[in-house]
Design a protein around this ligand. Structure first.
Ligand SMILES: *Cc1c(COP(=O)(O)O)cnc(C)c1O
Length: 401
């Protein structure tokens, strides 16, 4: 997945353009820029990549989720439904706005279970956030119809699924508002950066102003701008945008390599009858940033994960014991360990969360192995890796049964 694996001359050239005129900021300084507007150019380019009307670049993926929610009017007291399997950024973004994270089970897609979403809806529910984990997606039609039925805002975090699609549309562009991260380990990187993607003009204008202190961006004198509403600073810098501009040009090449490596490994593992692969909803095409499969039970998945580590098969994880991506180890969240006071509504939700049983999520995450697909591997390395993985899995399966 990580775009940094293939840094080259194009990234250097784009960054040098910025350094040569010295305007590191994305707004203003028109006279000094020599025509270089890297953030603006990257936004235009991403509109095409994600087949969407509007893109607002921001400083990170976490900022993108925050700005997306704020732009759609999500705030204090609003409940936002999100999955148990995601990155900590999901609840961070919800909580920084004073909104309440409501965590629900995932299914065999490794993303939101539409039935669990519907069961969690209350009169306070304002939005549903699907997180397209590990290169694939939730059942977007089913989730959208739940949102439509209950008049909820549908938010799509596609940070880990750049280049995947559903029924011909790019992931990230399917919901009311979508989010991307271009942090250092994502498929295209800016070093740090993110994007809010939407076809809703009002949300876009909100995102544009909100991510830059509420400035209205009218005219060319920043000091004269007015503030239709309160904002914050979630701006990206020109240096970061320049790296992204080089990377987005190379995205088709990146995706081709990912798919090739994914397919080689998958075809080898498919010959093991005890293994099943993550369900991809009908009409969905994975980005191939990861390959996800299930062992018959948690014990064997942990055994395989351990044996992969001991035998040099890196970048594969079982998320059951993971501190970053799964609810089991988010003690700081469940214990509401905040530096500053939280509202009673948030505290009582987190208290309920600490007592809740997520047996369905445990079932899928416990049995899952998630393997990152690197682009810098040679074809020979990929074939060797696939062979080794198969041997280890078969060994674990026979040892244990
Ligand atoms: C990486 C990531 C984020 C946050 O992105 P940053 O740019 O690191 O802040 C949010 N959600 C998911 C699913 C991610 O993988």
């Amino acid at each position: 997945m990580p775009g940094f694996e293939l840094f080259g001359d194009l990234e250097r050239k784009e960054v040098n353009d910025v350094l040569e005129n010295g305007v590191l900021m994305r707004y203003g300084f028109d006279g000094m820029r020599n025509g270089h507007w890297k953030a603006k150019q990257l936004e235009q380019s991403l509109c095409q990549t994600f087949s969407t009307n509007h893109v607002q670049l921001v400083s990170s993926g976490t900022a993108a989720v925050t700005v997306a929610l704020a732009s759609a009017g999500v705030g204090a007291g609003d409940e936002v439904i999100m999955p148990t399997f995601t990155f900590v950024a999901s609840f961070e973004a919800i909580m920084i706005l004073g909104a309440i994270p409501v965590l629900v089970d995932i299914d065999d897609t490794l993303t939101l279970d539409p039935k669990a979403v519907e069961a969690a809806i209350t009169p306070k529910t304002k939005a549903v956030m699907v997180v397209q984990m590990c290169g694939s997606m939730g059942d977007m039609d089913a989730l959208k119809s739940v949102c439509d039925k209950h008049k909820l805002i549908f938010v799509e975090d596609a940070c880990q699924a750049i280049g995947g699609s559903y029924k011909g549309k790019p992931l990230g562009s399917l919901a009311d508002v979508g989010c991307f991260s271009f942090d250092f380990v994502k498929t295209i990187t800016c070093g740090e950066g993110g994007a809010v993607v939407t076809n809703n003009k009002e949300y876009y204008i909100n995102a544009d102003h909100y991510s830059d202190h509420g400035h209205d961006h009218v005219g060319s004198d920043r000091g004269a701008e007015t503030h239709p509403f309160l904002g914050y600073n979630f701006r990206i810098s020109e240096l970061n945008a320049a790296v992204g501009l080089a990377q987005v040009k190379r995205l088709p090449e990146f995706l081709r390599i990912q798919r090739k490596h994914y397919t080689i490994i998958r075809e080898v593992l498919e010959s093991i009858p005890e293994i099943t692969f993550r369900t991809v909803p009908e009409g969905g095409i994975e980005s191939c940033a990861f390959l996800n499969f299930f062992l018959p039970d948690k014990e064997r998945a942990l055994l395989v994960s351990q044996s992969f580590k001991e035998n040099g098969v890196d970048v594969c994880w079982n998320y059951f014991e993971n501190n970053w991506h799964y609810i089991r180890k988010w003690n700081h969240l469940k214990e509401a360990k905040s530096l500053y006071p939280l509202t009673d509504a948030v505290k009582s939700q987190l208290d309920a969360l600490s007592k809740k049983d997520f047996a369905q999520s445990d079932y899928w995450i416990g049995r899952n192995i998630s393997c990152l697909i690197k682009m810098s591997w040679t074809e020979e390395e990929v074939r060797d890796r696939a062979k080794k993985m198969k041997e280890i899995i078969i060994d674990c399966l026979t040892k244990d049964s």
